[in-house]
Design a protein around this ligand. Structure first.
Ligand code: PLP
Length: 936
């Protein structure tokens, strides 16, 4: 309100009150007056109400806010949205006139005033920040890069023959593009490494100027503010060079206003040599939104020339923002901010220093860089790849640590035709990867503390040879754990327990040969795991089973043995959703250099077998036979010392064989079961008192005598063999007395009746029924003669002797077996070698001899594809042999001890397989056939 309005107000409200009000207003106006008079940043910051009063006053001076104004031009400062109008304090006309950004607009006295005042206040601030002799500046509504381009374009008129801009390298794309956009070819001058610092190679700059010829050089384009370990350019020397060769010098002072050191460099440069213009960003130095820069210089005419170069008008926003900010802060406030920043730089440097020491790293020594710091990441270096470094970067980003950049080694980038090796590091071959953090204006103590804390959590790098259980559990919030390049040899079970948030685990370049089975238990959040470059040959099965969140697994650089031990890993590679690196095989020979990832099978089946004692039955025995009835598995054991035929049943619950019934008798030598339709019989052969057949009675759950066998010709039964020919059931009793006759009995629906007498007077030891080339045969082995072969005659329904097996005296047992359809015989001999024969070309041919002194039994049996031979011995260990399919021979497999073994009988419960070995002098032993998985 003006004085007139105040006096009118006095009629309404008390005079003294109004006077007080008008005095208060005068206070505001006085501040405005000072600003208009001096054009300087007020020492003390204005209140927001003074700022708003001032802006409103300015706005009222623009035609768009005139009362009763009628606009008929094409630009009348019309704004559709009230919100937008208010956002700009109704200063809508922008700044400049076509052709000059600094020119006054007749329609917008307020905006023009704002523009002039802003430039003036900003110049004042530049001066008080250190460039005392700055002569002129203006705010451009473009960020640093474009503002630099504008400077270069302005120089074009002055240096029409210039094509190059000589530029000490700084890996900041906008700086590079600023030159290319202006149509110039950047001549990149590499920095020199001095200690940790990357510094301007002034001599190289001069060489370039000389080589190109000063006239072809548009300017030298130097930089002050930059990321450590690069430090501000040697502005003084460059300025001197520029003066010497009469070449313009443009300084990129992007965020250098906040540092007295950077500003001092520019001031000194201008004093001793040539600085034509220096450009700084508004946002980075004055905490305003991105969008503006200040172009400043020491020659007012040149700065004006640049402002005239700008085509058309421009947004007033950046000017408005910086003016509001500077008026609000006041020179004192801004200087305070700068002092705080400096303090924070020391604090950050100190905190980063302690962090570095704790992690075996160091803060790079870059005393010439006043804003940015760098900490080495040597421990993340790995073997030439930067994965860990980059992972740390992305992790920090997701942990909301913004601005802390990680700089890997050896990154290459091509910009505008120029290839930068070691891009981001300002150097072709900086020796270490590192991490940057900056103490820029506005940074708070909390920012530093939090950043260092999060970094600490992300960076654990120790020197251990062993990771013990729960070794890091005191660091519960750990998200990244780096254990690279240690001398780790062992990871114990639960090594990482207590780290529920761990996402990245790197254990590269250590000495690990394997890991404990539960090494990674509990790491449910782990997304990245690297065990690259260790000495891993094999890993325990299901090592990664707990890693539900795994995205990437690196197993490169190890020496995997792609044998059975790798089998589980091979299958896991097929099923996991994680991306897994190549798993290269170092062995066995045939696998060398191949990728486990591509394999679908390994050369061997990766299982072995064993026989372990399952149960011992406290009874001697001569024979064991097995049968199945109503899904239950039974065995019948001829137990002479208890004068019985012990019937045992497999107990599915207790998982052992238990006594079911006892068929008592006298001098029992053989118990043979036969199941005919639903009838279960046990043929009991006795030395005395005749032989009998017992039948199972379902109701009583026991065996009852069913029939006496006609034994007039049997005197010393030695073996019973049951079989079927063309649907008819038979059994043979081999008689081993001189006076006896081996006899064939046939089932006739009522009982077994003798059918044929066989082989008189030869002391038969064993009868074996077998199919040879589709025909039923019977082989009888005898004490006094080579084995004889009978063939079944269909016409006479009798066995007819067909021949014998020559040179095979004194055979105590004969058993047949097949391997892949091929027929073999196992001949047991008590004296001399036992023999294996193969049926081929119409005769049995010996293929292997097994030393067998004192053997009463050589029993073949098979479990799935594995064929065994058990060779009993009365004097020493019994041997189990295993069929070698390649050699077509049996190889020794295992020794078992049984006293005087008389038979080996395979009993299978469906799920489990057993071998019953009868013993004439000790307990009947039950061995279980077990399969051992060799893949870890
Ligand atoms: C040294 C340097 N030059 C130029 C720029 C680009 O600035 P602007 O985004 O304002 O163009 C930056 C950005 O941080 C910088 O650090």
């Amino acid at each position: 309100m003006n004085p007139e309005n105040f006096s009118l107000s006095e009629r309404i409200v008390s005079q003294s009150y109004v006077r007080q009000g008008s005095q208060a207003r005068r206070g505001h106006e006085q501040l405005i007056r000072q600003l208009l008079e001096q054009g300087k940043c007020p020492e003390k910051g204005w209140s927001e109400s003074t700022v708003e009063l001032f802006l409103n006053e300015l706005a009222l001076m623009d035609s768009n806010n005139f009362l009763g104004n009628c606009g008929v031009g094409e630009r009348e400062g019309r704004v559709a949205s009230g919100l937008v109008a208010r956002r700009h304090y109704r200063l809508i006309h922008g700044i400049g006139r076509s052709g000059d950004i600094a020119a006054v607009q007749p329609k917008a006295a307020g905006s023009s005033l704002l523009n002039k005042l802003t430039n003036s206040v900003v110049l004042d601030v530049l001066r008080l920040s250190g460039v005392r002799s700055a002569a002129s500046c203006f705010v451009v509504p473009m960020a640093t890069g474009m503002s630099l381009s504008l400077c270069f374009l302005t120089l074009r008129h002055r240096r029409p023959r210039a094509r190059y801009i000589v530029w000490p390298r700084i890996d900041q794309k906008s700086c590079f593009k600023a030159m290319v956009t202006a149509g110039y070819e950047p001549v990149v001058v590499e920095n020199v490494l001095e200690g940790d610092e990357l510094r301007t190679d002034v001599a190289a700059v001069e060489r370039q100027i000389q080589a190109l010829g000063a006239e072809s050089v548009l300017c030298v384009h130097s930089t002050t503010s930059c990321f450590a370990p690069r430090v501000p350019d040697r502005i003084e020397e460059l300025a001197t060079l520029c003066a010497k060769y009469d070449i313009p010098h443009i300084v990129n002072n992007a965020y250098g206003v906040q540092s007295s050191k950077c500003m001092h460099l520019i001031q000194q440069g201008a004093r001793v040599g040539r600085v034509d213009a220096f450009v700084q960003s508004l946002d980075k130095n004055f905490m305003v939104p991105v969008g503006g820069a200040i172009i400043a210089g020491f020659d007012e005419a040149f700065i004006q020339e640049i402002s005239q170069m700008y085509p058309g008008r421009a947004s007033a926003s950046p000017s408005l923002d910086v003016l509001i900010t500077l008026l609000g802060l006041g020179a004192g406030g801004y200087k305070r901010l700068l002092a705080e920043r400096k303090e924070m730089y020391s604090f950050l440097s100190q905190e980063l220093g302690s962090l570095a020491v704790a992690h075996g790293e160091r803060v790079l020594h870059t005393p010439h860089n006043p804003i940015s710091l760098a900490m080495s990441l040597d421990g993340l270096r790995g073997d030439g790849d930067n994965k860990a470094v980059t992972q740390l970067g992305s992790m920090l980003f997701t942990r909301q640590v913004s601005g802390a950049r990680v700089i890997p080694l050896g990154k290459e980038q091509t910009l505008g035709g120029h290839t930068f090796r070691g891009f981001m590091s300002h150097s072709e071959a900086y020796p270490v990867p590192y991490l940057n953090a900056a103490a820029a204006v506005g940074v708070t103590r909390d920012d530093v503390v939090l950043c260092v804390k999060r970094l600490d959590r992300s960076l654990v790098n120790g020197t251990f040879s062993e990771i013990k259980e729960a070794m890091f559990s005191h660091m519960q919030s750990l998200q990244l754990l780096l254990l690279n390049s240690n001398s780790l040899t062992t990871i114990r079970d639960d090594a990482f327990s207590g780290l529920p948030h761990l996402e990245y685990l790197f254990i590269e370049s250590n000495q690990l040969e394997t890991a404990s089975k539960y090494s990674f238990r509990g790491l449910r959040d782990l997304t990245h795991l690297s065990l690259a470059n260790n000495k891993i040959k094999a890993l325990p099965r299901d090592l990664f089973i707990d890693l539900d969140s795994l995205i990437e697994l690196d197993l490169r650089g190890n020496a995997f043995e792609c044998d059975c031990r790798a089998k589980w890993l091979m299958s896991w590679l097929k099923s996991t959703n994680a991306t897994v690196s190549d798993v290269l095989c170092a062995g066995p020979e045939a696998m060398k250099g191949k990728r486990l990832n591509d394999m679908t099978s390994l050369h061997n089946e990766c299982t072995s077998t064993d026989f372990t004692l399952h149960q011992s039955v406290a009874s001697e025995s001569l024979s064991v036979d097995t049968f199945t009835y109503k899904n239950d598995v039974y065995v019948a054991i001829a137990a002479p010392n208890t004068e019985s035929c012990m019937v045992m049943q497999w107990d599915h619950i207790e998982m052992n064989f238990r006594t079911y019934d006892n068929i008592t008798g006298q001098s029992i030598v053989g118990c043979k079961a036969v199941v005919i339709q639903s009838l279960v019989f046990v043929i009991v052969a006795q030395l005395f008192g005749g032989s009998h057949i017992y039948q199972f009675d379902d109701d009583q759950s026991r065996f009852n005598k069913f029939q006496d066998i006609e034994v007039s010709k049997i005197s010393k039964p030695n073996d019973i063999e049951t079989f079927q020919i063309a649907g008819d059931w038979f059994f043979v009793i081999a008689d081993s007395s001189k006076a006896g006759l081996s006899t064939l009995y046939k089932w006739n629906d009522k009982g077994f009746y003798s059918h044929q007498s066989l082989h008189e007077w030869f002391r038969d030891t064993d009868a074996e029924f077998l199919d040879v080339d589709g025909k039923a045969h019977l082989i009888l082995a005898s004490r006094s003669q080579v084995p004889v072969i009978y063939q079944w005659s269909r016409s006479s329904q009798k066995f007819v002797q067909q021949g014998d097996i020559p040179n095979m005296e004194d055979v105590v047992a004969v058993k047949h077996f097949r391997v892949k359809e091929e027929l073999y015989l196992a001949m047991t001999r008590y004296i001399g070698d036992s023999k294996l024969l193969h049926w081929g070309a119409k005769q049995f041919v010996e293929i292997q001899a097994l030393p067998s002194r004192g053997s009463m039994v050589l029993q073949p049996f098979s479990f799935k594809e594995r064929h065994y031979l058990a060779l009993g011995s009365d004097y020493t260990f019994s041997q189990i042999y295993l069929w070698d399919a390649q050699e077509k021979q049996f190889e020794r497999f295992k020794e078992v001890y049984i006293q005087a073994p008389r038979s080996f009988t395979l009993v299978s419960t469906g799920r489990r397989d057993f071998i019953f070995s009868s013993s004439f002098k000790g307990n009947t032993q039950i061995f279980e056939h077990i399969i051992i998985d060799l893949s870890l």
